[in-house]
Design a protein around this ligand. Sequence first.
Ligand code: ADP
Ligand code: MG
Length: 278
Amino acid sequence: MSVSVDKTGENSQERMEQSILGPRRAMSDPAISVRNVCVSFSGRSILRNVSFDIPKGNTLAIVGLSGVGKSTTLRCLVGLQRPDKGEIYIDGQNILEMDEKRFDELRKRIGMVFQMPALFDSLTIGENVAFGLREHTRLPEQEIQRIVAEKLAIVDLQGMAHLYPNQLSGGMQKRASLARTIATDPDVILYDEPTTGLDPILSMVINELICDLQRRLQATSVVITHDIRGALLVGHKIAMLHQGEFVWMGTPEEFRTTDDPFITQFREGNVQGPIRVQ
Ligand SMILES: Nc1ncnc2c1ncn2[C@@H]1O[C@H](COP(=O)(O)OP(=O)(O)O)[C@@H](O)[C@H]1O
Ligand SMILES: [Mg+2]
């Protein structure tokens, strides 16, 4: 009897730990895992032993001044930059050891959103969104049109498929480029400064859209941003890159409250502190 009571106790304890450990258990199986990545250009060290894990469906926001290596980090994840050293795992596969064919297959599951909308000016918004689908799939035209309409509705551009990029405002172009990125339902979405150059209100519209996409697609994401409010909103974790190294990583709550000198300087925009503006 006492044994079974103990067991029940253990089980409920175990169950409790399982639910509490849910996200932590996911941490042990990250969708993206970067291990000791080093990159240098002409002997100049740009990334130094960069390591991070992002569990499936989570978003890592990376903040830091210009020139610290944020875009280089993203470029490594999509194979546009080969590290000198280190390992990069996406869904457990080391992308640096993959042959080209396998990497091309994986690459189709990664969506990238650049600072500039990067739409094709000579194509309509609808054709822009359909571009990846035509390139990577053999879906019938009717299905492509259905997906285009669905993705444009997600970014609140329904009925605009027939317009050309130059007929849209900057914010609408940004949303159209998000629709293009999500057309193929990527498992990984990498955003390189998606709100730079936008006013604070439009930035929040884009940040909220990123959160909405997170919920809908359950994609694993990295968002590079200068925008602290954005980082706090979209990131499950926030990391700070400084001179090629992660000097801090924590939750939005920890970001708000930490007295880490790097984060306090960045958060408060102080000129004095460990971050030296060149
Ligand atoms: N292909 C390259 N060749 C030489 N230097 C580069 C190259 N790409 C980036 N850099 C340098 O690496 C540093 C980090 O660049 P980047 O990753 O673009 O920074 P961030 O995105 O944080 O502004 C910068 O000093 C930049 O000039
Ligand atoms: Mg950059």
